[in-house]
Write a protein that binds this ligand. Structure first.
Ligand SMILES: Nc1ncnc2c1ncn2[C@@H]1O[C@H](COP(=O)(O)OP(=O)(O)OP(=O)(O)O)[C@@H](O)[C@H]1O
Ligand SMILES: [Mg+2]
Length: 399
């Protein structure tokens, strides 16, 4: 048992020699990093080989090693040829374990597919996209990946330069902003409800009382009173219109019909009233759903219809509008279509002095708050269609 082991003094000597070689190696590495070395001679079986370290190259190396972004060189089949310390820090693995492994290791299955698609494109030009980086301890970091081809004679030999930027902070700000705008919408809805209630309960009642008085006055005056009677009748007519208008505003502000009669009826009523007011014909095909959706989902769909109809009136020059609500598979689908002039959603023109419309944005946001998707299809002279899909799971879980 004892034969194979060196005696303690010998072992100590070997240990000391190893320590000194390690210290030398570390000092050499430090010198290379700090740019104190111009060339390195490596002795091997085939003799000595000299590697020169040019000054300019050294600056690039320092830049890449000290930058705040992860930097990688990838082969076409996603193998990491080079990585800087920052990237190793991002994936919480020692650099030796990162270099030589596949980039796929740090991505989810979905993001791997995304990388594959972008790598194909990146061999021609560059690409930028966002993924979740999965670190060694399982934690996730949202990052932006930027790819650039770096040369190589054939596509399979080509290496790709990759810059990985941590976007956690930007994501947090985005989420905060989204939560804030959701809160603003909630406060706005509460305030609208309060104003609608005040209008309905106080102003409408007052206007109706004055209306009855003016009716009584008109009845009281005989035809001999001539202009006075005519004036009284005109007054009554105007008050009648005022009462209707106040009622309309109140209904738009806080759609009580939504609470009382449900979404399908509220949407149908909004469509019918729109047709009456604007003269644009509206086909409403809203099927009553078996179960009611959560109140905020129903309100979101109602507000989206209002905003879409406002756009039809303002921009479309349409003759016909269709509104449909029905259940398709696991979704509730609301669609609003018009046969108007259409537009190109990608080419949003600026409104006035750098101002942009907020209607489409608010529809998209409202849909997002209740877990629904928003899609707009439009082409010039071919009309516009807005489609909202609410997954039934989101509709149930949001309740
Ligand atoms: N149904 C439609 N038909 C034709 N063009 C439309 C339609 N809906 C939207 N647009 C176009 O898209 C643009 C953006 O619409 P959006 O609702 O976001 O803003 P807006 O209506 O101009 O302003 P805001 O809604 O803030 O009052 C409009 O200016 C218009 O050019
Ligand atoms: Mg609008």
């Amino acid at each position: 048992m004892r034969g194979g082991r060196p005696s303690p003094p010998k072992a100590n000597r070997e240990l000391a020699a190893l320590r000194s070689r390690l210290a030398n190696a570390e000092a050499a590495l430090r010198a290379v990093r700090n740019g104190e070395v111009d060339a390195v001679v490596v002795s091997g079986k085939g003799g000595s080989r000299v590697f020169t370290l040019a000054g300019a190259e050294h600056s690039y190396r320092v830049l890449i090693e000290t930058m705040n972004e992860g930097a990688l060189a990838l082969t076409a089949d996603k193998m990491i040829l080079y990585a800087n310390q920052r990237f190793a820090g991002m994936v919480k693995r020692p650099l030796e374990q990162v270099i030589g492994s596949s980039m796929r290791r740090f991505l989810s299955a979905e993001d791997r597919a995304l990388l594959k698609t972008h790598l194909k494109r990146a061999s021609e030009s560059g690409a930028k996209f966002q993924v979740m980086l999965i670190a060694g301890d399982g934690s996730r970091m949202p990052v932006q990946i930027s790819l650039r081809p770096m040369g190589g004679s054939s596509p399979s030999q080509r290496t790709i330069g990759v810059v990985v930027t941590d976007i956690s902070e930007a994501r947090r700000s985005e989420e905060l902003l989204r939560a804030l705008s959701k809160r603003v919408v909630q406060v706005q809805e509460a305030e609208r409800g309060r104003v609608a209630f005040e209008l309905h309960d106080n102003i409408t009642q007052l206007v109706c009382a004055v209306l009855f008085r003016s009716q009584a006055l008109a009845d009281h005056l005989s035809p001999r009173d001539g202009t006075s009677k005519k004036e009284a009748m005109r007054l009554r007519e105007m008050l009648g219109k005022t009462a209707e208008e106040v009622e309309r505003i109140s209904r738009n502000l806080g759609p009580t019909v939504l609470d009382n009669m449900g979404l399908a009826t509220a949407l149908s009523e909004a469509g019918t009233k729109f047709a009456e007011r604007t003269g644009v014909s509206v086909d409403v095909a809203c099927v009553k759903l078996i179960a009611r959706m959560p109140a905020d989902t129903e309100l979101a769909l109602y507000r989206i219809l209002q905003e879409a109809l406002r756009n039809v009136e303002k921009h479309a020059s349409a003759r016909h509008v269709t509104v449909s609500l029905r259940r398709i598979g696991g979704f509730v689908r609301l669609a609003i279509g018009d046969d108007g002039i259409g537009f190109e959603p990608g080419l949003r023109k600026a409104k006035g002095k750098g101002k942009r419309g907020l209607g489409l944005l608010s529809m998209r946001e409202r849909a997002g708050y209740v877990g629904a998707t928003f899609k707009i299809s439009s082409r010039r002279r071919s009309g516009t269609e807005i489609e909202i899909l609410v997954p039934m799971t989101a509709a149930v879980s949001a309740s």
